[in-house]
Design a protein around this ligand. Sequence first.
Ligand code: CUA
Length: 170
Amino acid sequence: MEIHKYEKAWLVGALVLIVFFIATVTYVSAITGVSMVDDSGGTIDPDNVTDDDRFSDPRVEQVGEGEYEAYVVAQQFIFRPGTNRPIEVPEDSTVTFYVTSLDVTHGFQIVGTNVNTMVIPGQVSELTVEFDEPGEHGIICNEYCGSGHQDMAGNIVVHSEEDWQEMQGG
Ligand code: CUA
């Protein structure tokens, strides 16, 4: 069978477009941090989340100059930390969040940032945010997760350098 010259050109053109679209989506999601299903932090046994030392004691940890890691467990209907006590960091900090779920799929959106991901049992979502200004950011669950879904929320407090020093007792 002979493929017509123009038909061939269209086929090639269509393929180029498809590759271009995929590349665009990949690129945009890479630079904006938007992702659909996020297992960037690896996988985890959903039945034994608390056996993992990152999540046995969910917390915020300083890992470098102005660098923090936050280990957050989402469960019906709280974020730990986040809901009962806020996640606290100083201004001008870079915070990498590792979020996983104890039960069902939740959402993890930090208002005023580009962090917005699904939290799926068995997976760890990894997201990095820079907090340049003191202030507060709400955390909301944007995936329906049961009867308490609409009340599932938390808070991040970004302290001024001065307040932070005071809190550390310096
Ligand atoms: Cu958790 Cu909705």
